[in-house]
Design a protein around this ligand. Structure first.
Ligand SMILES: [Mg+2]
Length: 246
């Protein structure tokens, strides 16, 4: 019989868990992800409710994480996902056995390689502009499996002024079709045809080609709405960038 379980695409950071800094009080019920350097201040936690939500989704639906986390950062998430996963902002799709889905990797390699020079320009121009505007950022091109995937600028010092300055950093390089993700201290520029949305469309087609399964999209960032809209029902944390704009 065909799989009729709901198909759930869920962002991770600030949707299913968050760093302690973003939590009210001490309800760090369960550690969900370890920081790269093991620093508990940068590790991520779930509240009791988030933990119960995760358990409910993971046992009753086909739950698919959709995350900007790299393979390395995703491997530090300590949650027993059982199905496919979309990582690296969509550049990689992991199969249920944890290996990369080659047809998607091949497609992304072919798609992203010609955009390499443009990504470098965005990085160079963005860096120069941030410098000129006095915004203290670190910036790089995220690389995964020898693929350069998207450009990221991250604030070193988070203040209302620096957040406002980064939000208003518009790089004049014809990026109309690029996905612009700005949330908390991060600005990411993701090439058209890649990203969480392209990977979600692909996997949705792959797992629900007759559209018989109910689908839900969970996310907190305005940029998540693009892939969430592929699903039937949007699920948004009350404390989130999306909810804050409603
Ligand atoms: Mg998020």
């Amino acid at each position: 019989m065909a799989d009729a379980r709901p198909l759930v695409f869920a962002d991770l950071d600030d949707t299913l868990f968050q760093t302690r800094r973003k939590m009210n009080g001490d309800d760090t019920h369960r550690q969900a992800a370890v920081a790269a350097n093991g620093d508990p201040r940068k590790s991520s936690f779930m509240t009791a409710q988030q933990s119960a939500l995760f358990n409910w989704l993971n046992t009753t639906t086909e739950l698919i994480p959709v995350t900007a986390r790299s393979g390395d950062a995703f491997s530090r998430v300590d949650l027993p996902f059982q199905s496919w996963a979309i990582i690296s902002n969509g550049a990689i799709i992991l199969q249920p056995d944890g290996t990369a889905h080659e047809p998607w990797s091949d497609k992304m390699h072919a798609h992203l390689a010609p955009l390499d020079a443009q990504m470098q320009d965005i990085l160079d121009v963005g860096r120069a502009m941030a410098d000129q505007a006095g915004i203290d950022v670190r910036s790089w091109i995220v690389e995964e499996e020898a693929m350069r995937t998207y450009v990221v600028f991250k604030l070193n010092v988070v203040t209302p002024e620096s957040l406002n300055a980064l939000e208003n950093l518009h790089i004049p390089l014809h990026l109309e079709n690029w996905t612009r993700h700005f949330n908390a201290e991060t600005l990411a520029l993701i090439p058209p045809g890649s990203g969480k949305t392209a990977a979600t469309e692909y996997l949705h087609q792959h797992l629900n080609d007759d559209n018989a399964r109910p689908t839900m999209g969970f996310g907190d960032s305005l940029s998540d709405l693009h892939y969430m809209r592929i699903t039937d029902i949007l699920m948004i944390p009350t404390r989130s960038q999306i909810a804050g704009t409603l």
